[in-house]
Structures are given as C-alpha cells and as structure tokens.
Design a protein around this ligand. Structure first.
Ligand code: PLP
Length: 391
C-alpha cells in the first residue's frame, strides 16, 4: 500500500477534535456570572476560586488547596512551602516536561535528574534511592501521561529518609493509585490547567495538601506573604502574588462535572487502539504497578522495530494521524545543567526519546473510528519504516 507521504491515499482526512472543546452551558453561565459580578480577582470576595479549591481538595482526598497561576508556580510554591530551598537537592524524573525541573530551579534548589523505569517511564524508588545524598530534601514523582507513579514505595523511601514528596499531577486530574486519588498521596500535589491539559482555562494551576501548616505556608507564599487570617498589609513571610483569577476558576469548576466521563471516553479509546495495534511492532507503554484509574492525558506508544524517526513522524502526519515525538531526556538539556541541575545517567529516558511516540489527548477524545485510524496508519507506516531510513 503506497504511503500518503509517497503520494498514496491518506488513512484519514477528517479533522481531529479541537482542544479545548467548546464551552458547555454551565461554563458559559458561570463565566458570564463572574464577568457580570465585577469580581474578577480572587481577593474581591467571589466564590469561584474557593469552590474550585474545595472541589479539588475533596476529590484529592485532602483538606486543603491553593489556586495558582500555573503548575510551574504551583510546584515552586509547594516545594518552598515544604521548606525546600537553596542548598537542597530535589529528585525529578528524566522523562517529563521541563517545568518539573525548572520549578526546582525557581525554588533555588538543585534538580537531580534520575532515570525512569525502562518499561513504564515513571520515577521508581530504586532509582531515587541510588541518587540520594545528605542534601536530598524532596522528590517530585510525575504522574506521567495520566498514569500514577508507583507511590507506595516512593512514599516509604521518603519517610525513611525524611524527604518531602510533591506530586506533579499536571497531567493526571482524576487519576487514582490503588483506588486513592492522586494529589493527596504525597505532602502536596500540583495540577495544571494550561491549554493542553485535561481541564484547562488557557492557563492555571492548583496545589492540594493534607497538613494545615503546609497549607498555611503555601497559601502565604502565593498571597504576597500574608498570613491566612492576617492583615492586608501584614507580610510575615516573603511571598508573591501567584493567584488564579475568578474567570479562570469559572471555566474550570463546571468541568469537574464531566471530567470522569471524559476520562472514561479516553480509556475506551486507548483500549481500542491497543487492541488494534500490530503488537509485534508497536505497543502501548504499560502503566506503573498500582494504577487503578489512568486519566489518559497522552497515549504513549513504544515502537519495537528499527525505524527512522523523522520519517515516521512525517509519514504519520501525511496519513492524517499526527503523532508527537515526546520529551528529550531532561539530563541531556544543556540549559538545565548550565543552570545547576545534576544529571544522572538516563539510558531509559534516552531509549524513550528514540522509541516512544505519543498520541495527544485531543485525538483520544475522538470516536472509535479515530482509534482504528491510528492503528491502521501505524501498521501501514511501520511496514514502510522498517525498510530503514530513506535515501
Ligand atoms: C504542563 C506540565 C507542567 C507545567 O504546567 P504549567 O501549568 O504549564 O506551568 C509541569 N509538569 C508536567 C508534567 C506538565 O505536563
């Protein structure tokens, strides 16, 4: 069968679903109400941010939360609120979005970039243990692609060594580990509402935490150093204005009512792709042990035959099934090492950068013909790509 890139017929010509999806009625009503109220900022007495925080804390199984401008700032504030700062080392996985590491830099600490599990591509306890030093203060497991990191061994290790645990749940709204929601598994958890995420207000973030004193510290850091019940111009701490707006919260709050349906939909789609893939050539990257609810932010695929990566990406594009090449290993980014990050060897993240491709979330929101298209285009292109690089 002639590949579309060679002039053949593409597998798909229909567009994929747009992201974000159009506002639903509840979003439109709440956004309009907030705009009409004139209370656009969270310090003016509106309820949208407060309600969003309460809903996320409840869904994460914890007491507290703080809404922030984005997850990068949320990770920064969570780390600082847990006492992490200059002189401390913070362990981050090598296969994640760069912000996991730059948030550590923002907090003034040193990111120590450790390799991920060769199969599931998440941070694992043995890798963390091997990278510990007397300066290690915290670890940041990432719930990559919407599947939770294997948190029990990580938490046990952290408890043994007195380390703080900040979950990077930027990709994992609604995911669960051993039937416990992410976000509430460590000392703090951080969600993102940036445009590509499963819930979005264009930008935004939210920190959840269990302990009252952590909440007080994080809230203060995000509210120019004020105390929770203190004076407007009382600033017992050095802090910043990192707040989310009421307008953003109004976009997000109604979304919680449909989040679980959307996750179900993506899981059904992912299962259909997995069933139809030519499994000897390409397979779905497995979830870490303990995943009971994968929020399927991305569907990660590993190719098992030799292939020419730029060719394959271009050929899939031409078939109407664009895939994403995924992350470069953080430890290989000169900008991070020049900024002081300490990279450990990361062969598994390097292998992922060679062999792993992603189906992005908006495509996972399509109906099941989309799943068939993905499998069909991959089978077609991999049959060709196995020929090796083109002249
Ligand atoms: C998106 C993302 C972030 C950063 O979130 P922002 O809201 O864009 O700051 C951090 N970590 C991971 C894993 C992400 O996917």
């Amino acid at each position: 069968m002639t590949l579309a890139i060679d002039g053949g017929t593409p597998v798909r010509t229909a567009p994929w679903p747009a992201w974000p999806p159009p506002m639903d009625h509840a979003q439109r009503a709440l956004v309009t109400a907030v705009l009409d109220s004139g209370q656009w900022g969270a310090t003016q007495g509106g309820q949208a941010c407060a309600d969003l925080v309460a809903a996320f804390a409840r869904r994460s199984g914890v007491e507290h939360g703080v809404a922030v401008g984005n997850a990068t700032l949320g990770l920064f504030a969570a780390l600082r609120g847990l006492g992490v700062g200059p002189g401390d080392e913070v362990i981050v996985p090598a296969y994640t979005f760069v912000a996991t590491a730059t948030a550590v830099l923002l907090a003034g600490a040193t990111p120590v970039i450790v390799d991920v599990d060769a199969a599931d591509l998440h941070l694992s306890a043995p890798a963390v243990e091997a990278a510990l030093t007397p300066r290690t203060a915290a670890i940041v497991p990432v719930h990559l692609a919407g599947s939770p990191a294997d948190m029990d061994p990580l938490n046990a290790l952290a408890a043994r060594h007195g380390l703080a645990v900040v979950e990077d749940a930027a990709q994992a709204h609604g995911a669960a580990y051993r039937d416990r929601p992410v976000g509430g598994l460590g000392d703090a958890g951080v969600y993102s509402f940036q445009s590509s995420k499963a819930m979005t207000a264009g930008e935004g973030g939210l920190i959840v935490c269990r302990a009252g004193e952590v909440h007080e510290a994080v809230w203060s850091l995000c509210n120019v150093g004020r105390a929770l019940d203190g004076a407007w111009y009382g600033h017992p701490r050095a802090g910043w204005n990192l707040r989310l707006t009421e307008i953003q919260a109004a976009l997000l709050l109604p979304w919680l009512d449909r989040l679980d349906d959307e996750i179900d939909r993506r899981n059904t789609f992912a299962a259909a792709v997995e069933r139809d893939l030519p499994g000897d050539r390409v397979s779905v990257v497995p979830q870490p042990p303990g995943t009971t609810r994968d929020s399927r932010h991305l569907l990660m695929l590993r190719v098992h035959v030799p292939f020419d990566r730029p060719f394959l990406l271009a050929a899939m594009d031409a078939e109407g099934v664009p895939l994403d090449g995924g992350y470069p290993p953080l430890g290989t980014m000169p900008a991070l090492t020049e900024a002081g990050a300490r990279p450990e060897p990361c062969p598994s993240a390097e292998a992922a950068a060679r062999d792993v491709l992603w189906v992005r979330q908006p495509m996972l929101m399509d109906d099941l013909t989309g799943a068939a298209h993905i499998a069909e285009a991959l089978a077609k292109v991999l049959a060709g790509a196995a020929r090796g690089p083109r002249p």
